[in-house]
Design a protein around this ligand. Structure first.
Ligand SMILES: [Mg+2]
Length: 380
């Protein structure tokens, strides 16, 4: 089998979030990569949380160089791309592109071997527990608590909300301290709304320095937080380790890290309770598998952060130290806009697919519809 063609698209579907009585219109962009082979087997991969057009361009630049390579020799392809795109250990856009390509290659490998990816990665469990990311900054406090109740009603026992939205970025125009006081009130409101039996996770999206991260951690400590994600800008390993010693809330991070050495530094510094490599960002299954293996040697579990559950569920189901998959409301709706056969959550869990590869298929008609819309994306 040989690679015949690599295509990339920047996709920006319009979404309707309908968990509340008042429907919200929004968008969630991502880069889609499709790899065709000379046997007719094709694979798809995605990446997000960066400029989707730039990543699509990078994939288009490197795609012709992969022509005629063996798609089953993924390490060889990964290594070639590493030296081409990030030869001095740079992280960033290059790793996003490599992640989407790597996922498409694993989709091909699964289809060629007639096995789902999670079984090829090790096969630790056939059903994965979910937490739902519902608590977006654009909800006011009443909408936030209504949404929390609505997700619990749908069977979710674990819910995640954001704090510190844009805090460091906007520090000249808005007091971080005032913002965090309101954030703490929002966390309390959610705890009061869902009761004591629901697990609450909080995500600061790297928006705080150590001083303010400690402040919000202490303020929300009474509300029994199951982990605090990306509390500190740049996932600073030394400051994360300090924070971990100062507060009892478990810490998690890593969804936007590009290379494995960053996780080594977090683990060696005893800076985290959960590592969070995201296969759509952290160099695909090939590198994420090495990171979770490294974490297992430190007796540290991993959890999906950064969304894209339909890809990341394979990693969590594949390795024994996998714990949770993030059912990120906007990411799941974005995937539903172009993929068929996605698994549905049931009672807070997702049953892993038996179908080969990723276990779902690209709907080309719907992709075309989105790309034909001037605001919907760009063809590769
Ligand atoms: Mg996150």
């Amino acid at each position: 089998m040989k690679i015949a063609r690599v295509s990339a698209y920047s996709v920006n579907p319009r979404l309707t979030l309908d968990i509340l009585p008042k429907k919200l219109e929004t968008t969630q962009g991502f880069t889609l990569v499709e790899i065709e082979t000379d046997t007719g087997i094709t694979g798809v991969g995605i990446t997000g949380i960066t400029d989707t057009n730039v990543v699509a361009r990078v994939v288009e630049r490197v795609g012709p160089g992969l022509k005629d390579m063996d798609p089953m020799m993924i390490e060889q392809i990964w290594d070639k791309l590493y030296w081409q795109l990030s030869p001095r250990g740079q992280t960033g856009v290059a790793q996003h592109a490599m992640a989407a390509i790597d996922i498409a290659l694993w989709d091909i490998k699964g289809k060629a071997l007639n096995e789902p990816i999670w079984r090829l990665l090790g096969g630790a469990r056939s059903k994965v527990p979910l937490y739902v990311t519902f608590g977006f900054h654009f909800y006011d406090r009443d909408e936030l608590t209504d949404a929390a109740r609505a997700w619990v009603k749908r069977g979710f026992k674990r819910v995640k909300m954001t704090v510190a939205d844009g805090a460091l970025r906007n520090r000249d125009s808005k007091s971080i301290t005032d913002q965090l006081k309101e954030d703490a009130r929002r966390v309390k409101a959610v705890r009061d709304a869902v009761g004591d039996d629901i697990e609450i996770y909080v995500d600061a999206n790297c928006n705080l320095d150590h001083y303010h991260a400690l402040k919000i951690a202490r303020a929300i400590e009474p509300y029994d937080i199951s982990f605090l994600e990306e509390p500190i800008t740049q996932n600073d390993a030394r400051q994360m380790a300090d924070l971990r010693r100062q507060v009892p809330i478990p810490l998690a991070c890593g969804q936007n890290e590009g290379l494995a050495f960053r996780f080594r530094d977090l683990l060696v510094n005893q800076a985290i309770d959960f590592v969070q490599p995201n296969v759509c960002i952290t160099g695909g299954f090939t590198q994420a598998q090495k990171i979770v293996g490294m974490a297992s040697a430190f007796n540290v579990p991993f959890a999906n952060g950064g969304g894209w559950p339909y890809e990341n569920m394979h990693l969590v189901a594949g390795a024994a130290n996998g714990t949770l998959v993030e059912f990120h409301y906007m990411a799941t709706e974005a995937c539903k806009s172009i993929f068929d056969g996605l698994p549905e959550p049931k009672d807070g869990f997702m049953q892993m697919p038996d179908k080969p590869g990723l276990g779902f298929t690209l709907n080309r008609d719907r992709l075309k519809e989105i790309l034909d819309n001037p605001a919907g994306g760009r063809r590769g």
